[in-house]
Design a binder for this molecule. Sequence first.
Ligand SMILES: Cc1cc2nc3c(=O)[nH]c(=O)nc-3n(C[C@H](O)[C@H](O)[C@H](O)COP(=O)(O)OP(=O)(O)OC[C@H]3O[C@@H](n4cnc5c(N)ncnc54)[C@H](O)[C@@H]3O)c2cc1C
Ligand SMILES: C[S@@+](CC[C@H](N)C(=O)[O-])C[C@H]1O[C@@H](n2cnc3c(N)ncnc32)[C@H](O)[C@@H]1O
Length: 660
Amino acid sequence: MKPVLPHAQLDWDDQGRPYSRVFDDVYFSDKSGLDETRYVFIEQNRLAERFAALTQGGRLVIGETGFGTGLNFLCAWQVFEQHAAPGARLHFVSVEKYPLSPADLQRALALWPELKVFADQLLAQYVAIHQGFQRLTLANGRVTLTLLIGDALEQLPQLDARIDAWFLDGFAPAKNPDMWTAELFAELARLAAPGSTISTFTSTGWVRRLLNAAGFKMKRTPGIGHKWEILRGEFLGWPLDVAPPAQAKPWFARPAPLAGERRALVIGAGLAGCASAASFAARGWQVSLLERHDALAREASGNPQGVLYLKLSAHGTALSQLIVSGFGYTRRLLESLQRGVDWDACGVLQLAFNAKEAERQAQLAAAFPDDLLQVLDREHAEIRAGVHLQSGGLFYPEGGWVHPPALCQWQAAHPNIQLLTHHDVLELRQTNGKWQAWEGDRLLAEAPVVVLAGAAEIKRFSFSRDLPLKRIRGQITRLSQTSASQSLSTVVCAEGYVAPARLGEHTLGASFDFNNDDLTPTAAEHEGNLKMLEEISLDLLQRLGAANLQPEALEGRAAFRCTSPDYLPIVGPLADSSEFADVYKALSKDARQTPDTPCPWLNGLYVNSGHGSRGLITAPLSGELLAAWLDDEPLPLPRAVAEACHPNRFALRRLIRGKS
Ligand SMILES: Cc1cc2nc3c(=O)[nH]c(=O)nc-3n(C[C@H](O)[C@H](O)[C@H](O)COP(=O)(O)OP(=O)(O)OC[C@H]3O[C@@H](n4cnc5c(N)ncnc54)[C@H](O)[C@@H]3O)c2cc1C
Ligand SMILES: C[S@@+](CC[C@H](N)C(=O)[O-])C[C@H]1O[C@@H](n2cnc3c(N)ncnc32)[C@H](O)[C@@H]1O
């Protein structure tokens, strides 16, 4: 059975206003939704004055229950633009069980012409919004929206953030009693920053009492329009008579933010390095991006076409959650690039090439909604693909191919980023609170923060030598487009993949070789790639002129993927490995212990690596994750997923297994 109701089910009144069928309630007041939002949420949280008080580099984090049409968000953004200093930032985190479809969102927001400049930016980024955490970067990174798609009571417990102002919205308590609960209010309290404010349009007595019991001090205040009274309040602190919420284990706790100069080195200018640099730069960091080659994206990230390939699990694993969130994030970034040359949203079809794969696909189709993936029988798959196929499969309508160097270039183009090519960092040294990058006896650059984004090469540094990264060689084959191969209209994958042509060439990929260290393309691997094409579509092979495809004469390119043992990337702050083993050695005797010794962080040292075969999906969001660790911001992923990607996971496992 398909998951039900992914999108809001709306009716529209005679003045074009949306009304929820499920909750039998209005999205905004029938008088003036805009005035009500401004009064209830913006004024009661004193946002204009708090935005004005933000310093250069300061930020305010707003949390909301019920994103709905995004009206509250757009109003907050507008006030932020009117009052905040140029270097300040706004974070808005909102949970939504039934996101509006893009068409409904557009229709609803058309009601507010004065918000059009903000609404247009939101609408342009409102793509690939699927379950779980979905991050949107707006206003060149000045505004960050993190949507948590799902039930508030299931999503908020996964959030790691400190909220400065809460908008408690979400239909009238009488119409939506499942949401307005003590459990929800405990989550709002858990996430509240010291001195956090809160407001809501309701004045219902039991809502006020439950919020007071959760640690807020609520006050009735005169309402607006037909609302006689509303509530506003402040967070006083976690109630003394309730057990405090669990803290993160020290090895996954946030390192103390670094004060002082906001300058960072990023070593490696592939997808991971460029994404890290872009996320830092958007937060006002000055970044030196060091690359040993003559340009960025010369290694794994240098293929002509890579596929937005989603290898999901129906069981909601950390990897699968990361993929859904990462896919959405990359997909939205691509909206700024040139379609047809830099990327194409032509969809991705994964063939059900054997019975086991067909069964896996059926499970996925039952677990995810149609706008993310759909099972197609062979006939419909062939219509989609424009060529005859060996089987039907799973179609991802929002997928496609990307020219990875274009994404890297776009990310590295931020004025705060300086790309330093021909800079091969051979050694890292830590002196006087700074990290220094050395090439022999030449000091290349120094800064208080450094990100290691050099794929498996990061093992050359003593600080990151223990990270279990492996290189896996892969080779793609370039095939000239023929007039008959022009019919290919989507990416098709089985064991390998083939993409519709970019600038007259199809990319066919990719081999896996665990033993070869030589990057010269080989005829044997071209042959292997052709074999994979044969399994995808004999018809396409013919259309490409099978007889002329002599492996020895084919052109291609080889590079190393970089994988970790659990296939999750390695993203986050690094600790000193020998001190780590020492301070947490009690874990080797009893894994359930939680020593309270702080983690021996290598202050300012961060990693973004291990993106395996799916860097296009995982690397850009990992840049955001890294920036969130660095700047103590809301994490763009569920806490458990961020921990599953944390560099400390390996040292921890080693200790628990007694191998340290
Ligand atoms: C054949 C092949 C096909 C693939 N197909 C896909 C696909 O279809 N979809 C997908 O999502 N992913 C695909 N991938 C995986 C994807 O390309 C990678 O996950 C991604 O490129 C990794 O990016 P990265 O920045 O971590 O590594 P890289 O792109 O390898 O970048 C690392 C950079 O760091 C530099 N560097 C390293 N050490 C130093 C140093 N000490 N000093 C200075 N510079 C340094 C390197 O020169 C390099 O430029 C494929 C990979 C291969 C090899
Ligand atoms: C009145 S609307 C919010 C209006 C919105 N803030 C705006 O600016 O347009 C209430 C929203 O809460 C959402 N909602 C209701 N119950 C929820 C729950 N349990 N978890 C998450 N969202 C919920 C609804 O789907 C709806 O979009």
